[in-house]
Each structure stands twice: as C-alpha cells, then as structure tokens.
Unconditional design. Structure first.
Length: 387
C-alpha cells in the first residue's frame, strides 16, 4: 500500500504484482449517452487512469445514438452495442465466447440490473454498486416491470454475490447494500469519487440569490419538487434565480410545471452544458441543491464544493458523505427541511461564508488518482488470492 496519496505508478505496480493487464468492464450506458450521469463519469475517470497505468481496458455498454459502435477514448476501448435491455444478455454471451478478446479480470457495474458475473465469469472479478434502487423502480417502469426489477435487485440477484468483492462510493451506500441487499459488510470496500482539478473557485458569484441543480431530468431526481420549493421561496426572496442543468425525458413535464407556476422568467432549464459552462454555474451559484431520492454519491455536490459553493440536499445515502453535514452543506430529512435549509443559506451571508470555506476543505480530500487505485485494489487482491 502506498505511504502517500497513490498515483498511476502505484496502479501499474499493483497490476504487475497481481498479473492483471487486460481488464473488461460491463456497464449499462456509456459516457456519451444522452442520459449519461454520475455513474458513467465515475467509470470514465477511473478507466482513463487505469489505461494511463498501462492496462488494456475494454468498456462494454449499450448503443449510444449518433456514436460508432467501437471507439477509443482516453486510452481505453469502448464497445457500444445492443439496446437498454439487450445489452445485458448480449454482453454476457460476448464475454463467454471471447468476442471482446482475452481478459485477466472483469468489472461489473451493477446499476439496478446486474450482469450476474458470479454465475458465469471465471477468474478475478469485482462489482461496483453505486447505490440500491429500492423505491426508484416504480418511478421509471410500469408496475409489472417495477415489481420484477425490485424482486431482481432485492431477492433474486444478491445470493449470487455473497462471495463477490463489492466497491461502493460511500459509507452510507455500504450500509444500504448491507441492509437491503443482505451482502456481507466485510466484502464491501468504500472508495470515494475524486474531483477534477478543473473545478476550483473564482470570483464569479452571481449578484442575486442563485440556486443551481445538476442531473438527468428523470423522476428519481425530483426536480419537480425543487421547482415547487423554489416557487415557495420566491415570496420571501423576490430576486431568486434557479438554473437546472441536465437533459432527460422528464423535460416536457418540468417545462409545463414552470409555466403553470409562471416561473419561466426566473427558473431556467439549461439542458446539457459543457464543462466550462458547468463550472461557471457552480461558481455563480450561492448554493447547489439536490432533492434526489437516491444517489451513490452526489458528484455534482463535491464538484460545486471544489468551486467554493455549499450544498443543500436530501438526507439520503450518498449525500451523507458527499456533504460534510453542517460543514460543507446542509441535509434535510424531508422536503420541508430542504426548503428551510435553502432559505437559511440564501438569507444568511455568515452561514453561507462558513459553509463555503468548509466546502473547499471537504473537496480538497478527494482525488481521482486515489479513487482509481482504491477501486483497482480489490480486483488485484482477488487475483492474488486466486493465484
């Protein structure tokens, strides 16, 4: 184990010791998918550092509209094929017949629906679980499919993973995996996501109270609730501005809600933004908010923290670690408490300044090189144990 913060050379040394060179990664979506989010960004940041360490990495995902089936990105290979459902059986079959080439180890990203690697994959393997989906199934699927998804996640799949090394993003997510999936705590490693050096503070704060929220426009993010909270706050904060960055299938419903509340002049749906635009939003915001129902971490909260912007979010697994409560931001156990916390941060400059300083301190501890090493370590340990 490195005595200082681990880097790419430490990953290379660990891979050589474990005899790991060719790594295959199975994921639901790719980074270029129009609905890509924190899970895909997390995978990309890790895989590019693994590739930099000399590993031959192949990422297998579903088809992304407008993008070729095969590509190379940041030193690793990307294969995009099959639809949202077909990617699961087709990826498994492709791996079993060697269509993706030889591998020394495999990583499965279990995003609600598993690839069931413990059943068919031979050799070193690990599984990443960012968070459990629990109540999300009913929000995105028909009742029949939701019942099947819940049963698959909660009862059918977990027994196969009881001997698998699991990597998750936060202590609170580990607690949920233990409590809800029934997986052994000792098999679960917690490795926090990092923050790109690109995100850092600048003197760009908006002149009026500004709330920023970032994420896919989908029901589990509950942007509709954030919009309603902001509408309530507008009565006491008349110059309030809200920007929601991200794209997704719920956009028409959110646009209709904004129109219904006569809020189009001060609530803006910014759509998908560039990295430069995102950083500018973080820097201008007085506070970054999330009313999400489930998160593995809350990467937008820590990116904002690196820009010196505090957060207000729902008290859920993932958020509890992405925010250092009462130091870098505030948590609300329900939407009423989220509203009160937002009002407090927006109306109290001393509180806002204290949380901003705490946000910078919290963000300074998070580095992608440590994340890439920490997520590789359980795979290397599995390889060494098998040998």
């Amino acid at each position: 184990m490195p005595t200082s913060a681990p880097g790419v050379s430490d990953i290379a040394a660990l891979a050589a010791e474990a005899g790991l060179r060719r790594i295959h990664v199975l994921a639901w979506r790719d980074l270029v998918d129009i609905e890509a989010g924190g899970s895909e960004l997390h995978a990309d940041r890790i895989l590019r550092l693994w590739a930099e360490a000399g590993l031959e990495v192949t990422l297998r995902t579903s088809y992304a509209q407008g993008h070729p089936e095969r590509a190379t990105r940041s030193g690793y290979r990307v294969i995009r094929s099959s639809g949202r459902i077909g990617v699961f059986p087709n990826s498994v079959i492709s791996e079993m017949v060697g269509r993706h080439g030889r591998r020394d180890g495999i990583v499965e990203i279990w995003n609600g629906v598993p690839f069931l690697t413990p059943v068919w994959a031979r050799g070193p393997r690990i599984t990443w679980i960012h968070h459990v989906h629990r109540d999300m199934w009913e929000m995105v699927l028909t009742p029949t499919l939701a019942r099947f998804g819940r049963a698959l996640e909660h009862r059918l799949a977990p027994p196969f993973y009881r001997s698998t090394s699991i990597v998750t993003l936060s202590n609170s997510s580990r607690d949920e995996i233990v409590d809800y999936l029934g997986l052994p705590r000792e098999n679960i490693s917690v490795v926090h996501p990092g923050i790109d050096d690109f995100f850092h503070p600048a003197d760009e704060r908006a002149p009026v109270p500004t709330v920023v929220a970032v994420g896919r426009l989908m029901p589990s993010k509950r942007f509709d609730q954030l919009i309603r909270i902001a509408s309530d706050l507008k009565a006491t904060i008349p110059d309030l501005q809200v920007v929601i960055a991200g794209e997704g299938y719920e956009r028409p419903e959110l646009e209709a809600l904004i129109a219904q509340l006569d809020a189009a002049s001060w609530i803006r749906l910014a759509g998908r933004v560039s990295d430069d635009e995102l950083r500018a939003l973080y820097r201008r915001a007085w506070v970054v908010a999330s009313t999400s129902l489930a998160e593995g971490w809350g990467m937008t909260l820590t990116e904002a923290a690196a820009c010196g912007t505090p957060s207000v979010a729902t008290d859920i697994a993932g958020h509890r670690d992405a925010i250092d409560p009462d130091h870098s931001g505030l948590l609300g156990s329900d939407l009423r408490e989220v509203r009160e916390a937002l009002a407090a941060v927006l109306l109290d400059p001393d509180l806002r300044q204290r949380l901003s300083a705490g946000a910078l301190q919290h963000a300074a501890r998070l580095r992608w090189s440590a994340t890439a090493y920490g997520t590789f370590l359980p795979l290397a340990e599995d390889a060494i144990a098998r040998r």
